[in-house]
Design a protein around this ligand. Structure first.
Ligand code: G16
Length: 550
């Protein structure tokens, strides 16, 4: 029976000590905090990734070093399970435990406990593929991660600087290589080839945007977006903007999907780029979120967020299943979170089954797996479509009885290739949207007209300890601090069409407040009143109370 390589772990762990008085938590999307603070976490994640791989019989595990939409000084790390999915929840707890061990000795003891309790056979191989985004803190953090992998003797593959969704794709492609379920060639080129060739088949003979403006958030999407543009050629010309990956401080700064969604504005850098009647889209820092928009004939900006993408895409897939003669056997369902606009939830639930779950792709993904075709999008633009294995089998074996059925079936099969089914993928989702718009001959205006968004506002509140906020009912209600939910309910009742909820962020040190109402000014007022309530009730310093909080 192989034993833990303590002699290898100890000196390397000593190089990455955990400072006292810091508490790390594996949150919504892994560990995320200031890049400077993450050195010990990275080493320990390296060890954990190797253990996870051994536990799963040597299957390849992914590690992505990114803080996605967060500001540039932040960084983070998350693990990817063998099918390209987020790490299993039980192991998130193991990650938190290992990250918080006070000393090298405590860490080794915690690892030993994990090995015993999880019955990890240490004689199995450990295989890990890792990548990072463009953050300046990335290279040093990757070096710490590599120390952890080395300590465990893992077989490693460095996928370099790439997007989070490419890393998820690689994990699945590596683990399915040479099998009948092969997900594609296990390289970035394989990913680009898979997406672009299916895209070209789907838009053959149709007209697409010329060109499509893509805000790359000055992040890694600029690198992979450039390669995608080359692969797409004239099938979809891309005009890549905000590509300054080497400019310090530029990442996600006044640009990118999170900026557009939260400020409900066009990035100032695109003001002279996006012309009347044109559409564009914004990726976030690691290209796993996508927000669309267009400028109307009166030069008014209109945002098309994750909810609008879900509505567009779901209707298209339903139409195709009908046209292919599969409507009786393939059920399409939607998964949203509490942030979904009330207008979208009403529109979608009148047409399809809709489920609401907690924030975080892992929750949406698992809920979506219960449908034959699960369309899941967070309002912030994070989402994808997943086809169950049974549905993929039905698509592969269905015998169309007319040429029209055959065309629709081929479209569905090609869609399964354009869509990165492992995780939300801004570039893949962008192609998906462009396919639907090309097939429907929609501009942004017709797409936007599917339903009316209720005016809404998202506010961040900085509190002393966000961990005191506990929620229930898919995060729609607070159970702690006691009494706060009743006061929010009382406020909400005063606003026509009012809805508001409060939850702690899992990626930033803030509490988020969401509010919507029938009228814009009322939505804003409700959000700022609830924010004021949260601030005051949690002992916020009156001198530092943000002026806009009511
Ligand atoms: C991550 C998660 C998303 C989540 C977002 C915000 O996105 O993957 O599912 O919606 O964080 O989460 P929270 O409100 O808990 O901070 P990303 O794009 O930053 O990886």
């Amino acid at each position: 029976m192989a034993t833990l390589p303590v002699d290898a772990i100890k000196p390397l762990a000593d190089k990455h000590p955990k400072p006292p008085n810091v508490l790390f938590q594996y949150g919504t999307a892994g560990f995320r905090t200031l890049g400077d603070a993450l050195d010990p976490v990275m080493f320990r994640v390296g060890v954990l990734a190797a253990l996870r791989s051994k536990r799963l019989d040597g299957k390849t595990i992914g590690v992505m070093v990114t803080a996605s939409h967060n500001p540039e000084p932040d960084n983070g790390v998350k693990l990817v399970d063998p099918r390209g999915e987020m790490l299993e929840v039980l192991w998130e707890n193991h990650a938190t435990t290992l990250a918080n061990a006070a000393s090298t000795e405590d860490f080794i003891a915690a690892v030993q406990t994990l090995v015993t309790n999880s019955r990890i056979d240490l004689s199995k191989p450990a295989r890990v593929v890792y990548a990072r985004d463009t953050r300046p803190s990335g290279p040093a953090l990757v070096a710490s991660l590599e120390d952890g992998l080395k300590a465990m003797g893992a077989e490693t593959r460095n996928a370099g600087v790439t997007t989070t969704p490419v890393l998820h794709y690689l994990v699945k492609a590596i683990n399915t290589k040479g099998t009948k379920d092969s997900y594609g060639d296990d390289s970035e080129e394989g990913y680009l080839e898979k997406l672009s060739s299916a895209f070209k088949k789907l838009v053959a003979g149709k007209s697409t945007a010329s060109p499509l403006i893509v805000d790359c958030a000055n992040g890694v999407g600029a690198i992979v977006g450039k390669k995608l543009a080359e692969a797409l050629g004239s099938s979809l010309p891309l005009n890549l903007q905000n590509t300054a990956i080497d400019t310090v401080g530029a990442l996600n700064n006044a640009c990118g999907a999170d900026f557009v969604k939260t400020s409900q504005k066009l990035p100032p850098s695109l003001a002279s780029v996006l012309k009347r009647g044109e559409r564009g889209c914004s990726l976030d820092g690691d290209a796993d979120r996508l927000i669309y928009y267009y400028m109307d004939e009166r030069e008014q900006f209109h945002m098309l967020d994750g909810d609008k993408i879900a509505a567009l895409v779901a209707a298209f897939i339903v139409d195709l299943t009908k046209s292919a003669g599969l409507e009786e056997v393939v059920q399409v369902g939607i998964v949203q979170t509490a942030y979904a606009n009330g207008g979208s939830t009403k529109y979608l639930s009148e047409r399809l089954p809709v489920k609401c779950v907690s924030t975080g792709v892992k929750h949406l993904h698992h809920a979506a797996e219960r449908y034959d075709v699960g369309v899941y999008f967070e309002a912030n633009g994070h989402g994808t479509v997943i086809f169950s294995p049974e549905t993929l089998e039905k698509l592969a074996t269905h015998q169309p009885s007319t040429p029209a059925q055959s065309t629709a079936l081929n479209h569905l099969i090609n869609l399964t290739k354009v869509i990165n089914q492992t995780v939300g993928d801004a570039l893949s989702d962008m192609l998906l949207v462009e396919i639907v718009l090309a097939h429907k001959s929609y501009s942004g205006v017709e797409w936007d007209a599917l339903y009316m968004d209720l005016p809404n506002r998202l506010v961040k509140v900085v509190v002393a300890d966000r961990h005191i906020f506990k929620t229930e009912d898919a995060e729609r209600r607070l159970v702690s601090p006691p009494g706060l939910q009743a006061r929010i309910d009382e406020l909400v009742r005063r606003y026509a069409g009012g809805r508001s909820f409060v939850r702690p962020s899992g990626t930033e040190d803030v509490v988020r407040v969401y509010a919507e109402a029938t009228i814009r000014s009322q939505a804003d007022e409700l959000a700022f009143r609830v924010a004021g309530l949260v601030y005051d009730e949690t002992g916020g310093d009156p001198a530092r109370r943000p002026a806009e909080f009511l």
